[in-house]
Design a protein around this ligand. Sequence first.
Ligand code: ATP
Ligand code: MG
Length: 280
Amino acid sequence: MSIIQVEGLKYKYPDSDKLALNDLSFNVNEGEFIGLAGRNTAGKSTLCFALAGLVPHFFNGGYGGKVIVDGLEVRQHEVGEISTRVGLVFENPFSQMTGSKYTVFEEIAFGLENMGLERNEIIQRVEESLALLDIVAIKDKNPFDLSGGQMQRVAIASIIAMKPKILILDEPTSQLDPQGSEEVFKVVENLANEGMTIIMAEHKMDKLAQYADRILLLDNGQIVDFDCPGKVFSRDDLHGFGMEAPAATRISKALGIKNKETGYFPVTIKELADEIGDKL
Ligand SMILES: Nc1ncnc2c1ncn2[C@@H]1O[C@H](COP(=O)(O)OP(=O)(O)OP(=O)(O)O)[C@@H](O)[C@H]1O
Ligand SMILES: [Mg+2]
């Protein structure tokens, strides 16, 4: 069953004469992990906004086509209602903190209080989210005393606590150091394993290759490809879209090693090692 249906989506920012999203149509199945790839200005963030309803409700401009998330047509529903089904994580963890809470626990509880949930339900959900994001040990800390990786995990916990079916992450680690990035990727992997539908815009192709079921490659507001990582990263014209294949794919190409089953170049070191192992 498709949990996301996008039909002929077009969008133009106000005061711009160029379509940021130009006639996109695609479906996402429940539980899939989709990697959003493409050069700067390809339209990744704009698509994230459109899936979460910020486009067109917050950013006005010209809008056409349809976006349906978990049965709701985005244009017909308010952002608040959509946010209980679709969570959106931004690049900068700092900007996602409420700024008015003194502990991580209260920070995560904030959105749940706004939802009008009962106290016991709130406590239970906060505790579950703390455990899932591996941040139980920092629950009494001030959100602004945390490292970037910890802060981003608190931002994700606040969203997860609302139990959305779909989690959208727009380059969640681009402002984090390598350790913080690893912390965030690890929790995203956990959430994917729990069966959550995940859309992640990311410039680190090695990470997308590791996690994604399919890669949605955008360029100039249009879909170039939407397929398994092996197929997308094996494309000879990838450079033309400002993209570089994962390291494993580049090595495989240089060595001429393809995955025997799929016919595509391996996209992770493990996949490459398996192919080499079979040859020995
Ligand atoms: N607030 C805005 N007002 C007007 N145009 C915008 C705005 N934000 C983005 N755009 C334009 O929309 C197009 C898509 O931009 P978008 O930010 O979605 O790309 P992106 O793929 O997320 O890029 P990046 O990798 O740099 O994050 C670009 O042409 C960009 O200049
Ligand atoms: Mg962006």
